[in-house]
Design a protein around this ligand. Structure first.
Ligand SMILES: C[S@@+](CC[C@H](N)C(=O)[O-])C[C@H]1O[C@@H](n2cnc3c(N)ncnc32)[C@H](O)[C@@H]1O
Length: 252
């Protein structure tokens, strides 16, 4: 309660109410250093909604949302349930604050579950009772890794982690990634410094992010800034100014 929490800060960027003064103070200082942060968070969350809609329209009704944060502001289970009331979601986060908020928010929801675990230990996630009792691995799964892989340095081998998840998933499963990334024409030096110092997060370039999809088939439009992934309206120039890349891919 006395230290800023990344999950509550992200909720503040999204315009949510699951945050405290300590988070808002930290977030306001971060916004002063990198004013694009709230816009990037919102455009990332909007992409999550469109990606989940895309997956449900392709028959996916179960989701493993890892690094999920606090499930408010159009979270996976609400978007999925609109298309498929039977959709099942497991929210995974290593932050006890995010997990506590998630458990409170999902009380009484029989089709969603919450697991405190680290994305760096995919085997623990895949073999956990929570995941095994919610997800049917004989059917396709939507594996959501949004705005989380940039917290892992290369030494954590994010590609290998995705490979371990892939081995457990049925063909026709989907992988959704969003990742901070420098964009042409956008000065991201201040943001990069802020991410490194405050969250130990790392930008990756398009080729490094594309490598995370090895063995998967990227669907159109491929790897693009979040606002350009199957946008609902005509994206404005602002859409190009988000320092991130996103992609959705199918497991053949
Ligand atoms: C920026 S939020 C993203 C929330 C949501 N995925 C989205 O994109 O809207 C990142 C979340 O990843 C979580 N996270 C960071 N490192 C993690 C790790 N090693 N394992 C699991 N979760 C992690 C943080 O606690 C935080 O809740």
């Amino acid at each position: 309660m006395t230290r800023p929490s990344p999950a509550r800060i992200y909720d503040y960027f999204l315009g949510g109410t699951h945050n405290l003064a300590v988070d808002r103070d930290f977030a306001d200082r971060a916004i002063a250093a990198a004013p694009e942060l709230p816009y990037g968070a919102r455009s990332n969350r909007a992409f999550l909604g469109r990606a989940v809609q895309y997956l449900t329209s392709h028959g996916v009704t179960q989701f493993l949302d890892v690094g999920a944060g606090i499930p408010t502001q159009e979270p996976t289970h609400e978007v999925a349930a609109r298309a498929c009331p039977e959709a099942r979601v497991v929210y995974v986060d290593n932050d006890p604050v995010a997990v506590a908020h998630s458990r409170a928010l999902l009380t009484g929801n029989a089709r969603s579950a919450v697991l405190q675990a680290d994305v760096r230990d995919p085997k623990a996630i895949l073999t956990s009772e929570t995941v095994r009792s919610t997800i049917d691995f004989s059917r396709p799964v939507g594996l959501l890794l949004l705005a989380v892989l940039h917290f892992l340095p290369d030494a954590d081998d994010p590609g290998g982690i995705i490979g371990t998840f892939a081995e457990a998933l049925a063909p026709g499963s989907y992988l959704v990634i969003s990742h901070v990334s420098p964009q042409p024409g956008l000065d991201t030096e201040q943001l990069e410094q802020h991410l490194r110092e405050s969250h130990t997060a790392f930008m990756r370039g398009p080729q490094e992010i594309a490598r995370l999809f090895e063995g998967w088939e990227l669907v159109e439009p491929g790897l693009v800034p979040p606002s350009l992934w199957r946008p609902e309206g005509v994206p404005g120039a602002q859409a190009y100014r988000v320092p991130g890349l996103v992609g959705v891919a199918r497991l053949p």
